[in-house]
Design a protein around this ligand. Structure first.
Ligand code: FES
Length: 163
């Protein structure tokens, strides 16, 4: 499986900053690129970006990161599971699906990623796929009409692929 990067390589961040002209109007793209490397935004990276872009500060960058749901301050799993809990999915049983996944993939309290870094789980609002509710997404792939049993089979398959 892909190793989780835990050490921040500032030269890599420098390259991204350079590519985007150290320009604060490119901040979102810069953050996306850095997050793509680490699967989250480490605090050191946030501070570094804040200190190196004119007109910004670490606190401002931190504020932007916490505002947008697409950014994470915690490492995400190799497989990002999103369980839709919009109205259509909720009434068709998204919560039992979520409970089954959580039971299958225990996590420390308050964490959204399994200790081995393999899976992260979050709930999202409507994915725009209400006709196939309840839906889940794993790394951009949409799984329709989910049931707890089907979700467990999918996770077991992913676990097998990574043995
Ligand atoms: S409510 Fe889940 S896809 Fe719309």
């Amino acid at each position: 499986m892909t190793e989780l990067k835990t050490k921040v390589d500032f030269s890599q961040i420098d390259e991204i900053l350079k590519e985007y002209d150290y320009n604060k109007t490119n901040l979102i793209t810069i953050l996306q690129k850095v997050q793509a490397i680490y699967r989250y935004l480490p605090q050191e990276a946030i501070s570094y970006i804040g200190k190196n872009i004119e007109g910004l500060s670490p606190a401002t960058v931190y504020g932007v990161v916490t505002f947008y749901a697409q950014f994470s301050l915690e490492p995400k799993g190799k497989y990002e599971i999103k369980v839709c809990d919009g109205t259509a999915c909720h009434v068709r049983g998204s919560m039992p699906v979520l409970e089954a996944i959580r039971k299958k993939l225990p996590m420390e309290k308050g964490k959204m990623t399994t200790p081995n870094g393999m899976f992260s789980i979050e709930t999202v609002s409507c994915l725009g796929a209400c006709s196939i509710a309840p839906a889940i997404v794993i790394n951009e792939k949409v799984y329709p009409k989910m049931t707890p049993e089907a979700a467990i089979i999918i996770i077991d398959t992913l676990l097998k692929e990574n043995e």
